[in-house]
Ligand binder design. Structure first.
Ligand code: AHR
Length: 651
């Protein structure tokens, strides 16, 4: 990354009359910044998990989709045969179906299209596995990866298939790259074979875990150093009705036993239909906890509270029948934190993690509203407070940032003295600018705020041109200075949604976009990253004429100190289309270096990143000379500037 001294920005080169004069009071703490201040909201929307973060390349590997052969097609090469979908009839099984392939002659088989194709990298190792049972005859299996033109770019053979169900695996190295490859499973000879759990993963996953997560996507998250990961959503928690709500217990244990369900986003938006969108739960609760641990983030699971999405059926479980839902919460605490001798702790240990995951937060319900929610929340609270007072519960304030439902939720949760309330706002950029002071007057003694889902939208959600442009990202940055100034009230926040596949999204804008091989962070991502990696430990005042900056001359600002690292960090957002000279006087700190480190993001309002231009809007690093205790620079038009000054901080 470029690092140079900005000669033209040093003190003295600006006209003093036009300068905005600011002062940071580094020894006047206003609030402790929660380590969970900036985090991640993960939901399996837009192919976020299957087809995204979860690196499985085979779609419908277990033939459990509602249409059993969705994603598969018959292939022949001077051969012939039949494919029969068979159900084992065991209703309690997570995996009832398999296919029986009969080969009459030659080469015959099935081919999988992947998730909008398979992304294959040249010279990489790929691991194929299949649960197979050989019937009569002599059958050999040969697999090949082909590119869009049908050219072979990798192959391997499996012999000695067992006459009992058995997983067989083989690894091979590819000879070429393909963005939209496919997998052919050829059966050669004459006879019958039963096939299930046909799977293909790259070896090169995050931390090289077998059947793990897509490395480039996790790296984006790791680079943010998030304070928490909220999972698994979102509306996915609720389901359109209770039958397709998220049930964590069905997402742990052996992968082949995890019963898939349709993804509720599959046909939610008529102009973005994704009928092949399912949740296989290969990425399940164990993996979410593990990911949180990998990234040093607090896990924040959200559980269904006995209510389906109120935008859909709004189905509720009767208040007298809440026990299984509450038991799920108790068992989850045991799964995460219990000893390996406990029932659920043992499962965690059997899955490879005997140490606890140190769960501290639990969300009850996603975007619920009205009396039926409060009633159900109270049932959870009663039991959890008694059995697990160490767990902080997160309550929901509904889908809007204001209005009768929002006010009602807050009134009720105030009475309950709730710990954290999850507020959501998907609004126009102007709303974010107008609401920078939103938390200035929140009750300091009431529940704390989790700004759990937010994003500036230039258009209505799902519109193709509702883009992750710089205007939206900059408005979010301005708003985030307000969150930081109010860090005593706002303890957690996360942009939403996180991921989107360019060929399979339902909702836009999103923080990180990808295709089968490539990925990029949006300008909004870099805003999040700059805040999260410059979190500090304590908010301190940054004032102009004794007042915080929240819009005067289109400048929004906040400041923190990092007591551990000896840093004063200033965040400045200029939303005007002209540059603006500022001087910042640093009070209450003995500076230890003559240079300040500056990171800036700027662009035109419509600036976006893309797969082809992933860094069109990207932080620029500079070094700035400090004169005396004053930093002087010119804020570029439409910019976010982070200034880091190194200092011995007085206690
Ligand atoms: O982030 C997308 C959706 O927005 C979430 O699933 C839901 O909670 C909200 O309505």
């Amino acid at each position: 990354m470029k690092f140079f001294v900005l000669g033209f920005l040093v003190f003295g080169s600006l006209s003093s009359s036009a300068q905005k004069k600011l002062t940071v009071y580094a020894n006047k703490p206003v609030a402790e910044i929660s380590p969970t201040m900036w985090g991640i909201f993960f939901e399996d929307i837009n192919f976020g998990a299957d087809g995204g973060l979860y690196a499985e390349l085979v779609k419908n590997r277990s033939f459990e989709f509602t249409t059993p052969l969705m994603g598969w097609k018959e292939i022949k090469q001077q051969g012939n045969g039949r494919i029969l979908v068979v159900n084992n009839g065991i209703e309690s099984s997570g995996n009832q179906r398999y296919v029986q392939v009969t080969v009459d002659e030659g080469s015959y088989g099935i081919s999988n299209e992947g998730f909008r194709g398979m992304g294959i990298q040249k010279n990489e190792q790929y691991n194929f596995s299949v649960l197979a049972r050989k019937g009569h005859g002599d059958i050999k299996m040969h697999i090949e990866l082909v590119n869009m033109a049908g050219k072979k770019i990798g192959e391997a053979s499996l012999s000695n298939l067992s006459s009992q169900w058995k997983t067989s695996s083989v690894s091979f190295t590819t000879t070429d790259t393909a963005t939209k490859g496919r997998l052919n499973v050829w059966l050669e000879g004459k006879g019958k074979v039963d096939l299930d759990m046909i799977s293909l993963f790259p070896q090169n996953t995050w931390k090289n875990r077998t059947k793990g997560l897509r490395k480039d996507l996790v790296q984006f998250l790791a680079d943010m150093k998030p304070g928490f990961i909220r999972f698994p959503g979102g509306c996915i928690v609720e389901g359109r009705d209770l039958s397709n709500r998220y049930q964590w217990k069905k997402t742990v244990g052996a992968v082949e036993d995890r019963k898939l369900i349709v993804n509720r986003w599959n046909t939610e938006f008529k102009h973005r239909l994704t009928p092949d969108y399912y949740q296989t739960f290969g990425l399940g609760f164990f993996e979410y906890f593990q990911l949180s641990e990998d990234l040093g983030a607090e896990p924040l699971p959200i559980l269904n509270c006995g209510m389906a999405c109120q935008y859909n059926s709004g189905e509720v479980v009767s208040i007298n029948d809440m026990d299984p839902y509450i038991q799920d919460a108790l068992d989850l605490v045991e799964f995460a934190n219990g000893p390996a001798s406990s029932q659920w702790g043992r499962l965690r240990a059997d899955m490879g993690h005997s140490e606890p995951f140190h769960l501290k937060y639990l969300g009850i319900g996603n975007e619920q509203w009205d009396e039926q929610y409060i009633e159900r929340y109270k049932e959870f609270e009663k039991v959890l407070q008694q059995k697990h007072p160490e767990i902080k519960l997160v309550a929901a304030a509904g889908p809007s940032p204001d209005g009768p439902r929002f006010d009602y939720a807050w009134k009720e949760f105030r009475k309950l003295n709730a710990s954290l309330i999850d507020e959501h706002y998907y609004q126009a950029p102007e709303w974010f600018l107008k609401n920078v002071n939103r938390y200035d007057n929140y009750d300091r003694k009431g529940p704390k705020v989790f700004a759990g889902e937010y994003a500036a939208h230039s258009k209505t959600v799902t519109q193709f041109d509702n883009r992750n442009n710089w205007e939206c990202a900059l408005a979010e940055a301005a708003f985030m200075t307000g969150l930081e100034r109010n860090a005593d009230v706002v303890r957690m926040s996360s942009y939403a949604p996180l991921f989107a596949h360019v060929d399979a999204w339902q909702w836009t804008p999103d923080l990180i976009w990808f295709d089968n091989l490539r990925s990029y962070g949006t300008p909004n991502y870099y805003v999040q990253k700059l805040f999260a990696t410059n979190k500090g430990t304590t908010a301190v005042p940054l004032l102009e004429n004794g007042q915080p900056l929240s819009g005067s001359d289109s400048i929004y600002a906040s400041s923190v100190i990092d007591k551990k690292r000896g840093e004063v960090i200033i965040k400045l957002v200029n939303t005007s289309s002209t540059s603006l000279p500022v001087t910042i006087n640093i009070e209450g700190a003995k500076l230890s270096q003559k240079n300040a480190a500056v990171e800036q993001l700027y662009s035109g309002k419509m600036g976006v990143n893309s797969l082809d231009q992933p860094k069109a809007v990207y932080p620029v690093e500079q070094s700035l000379t400090i004169k005396e205790k004053t930093v002087a620079l010119s804020l570029p038009p439409l910019s976010l500037t982070i200034i880091k000054v190194f200092a011995a901080l007085t206690k």
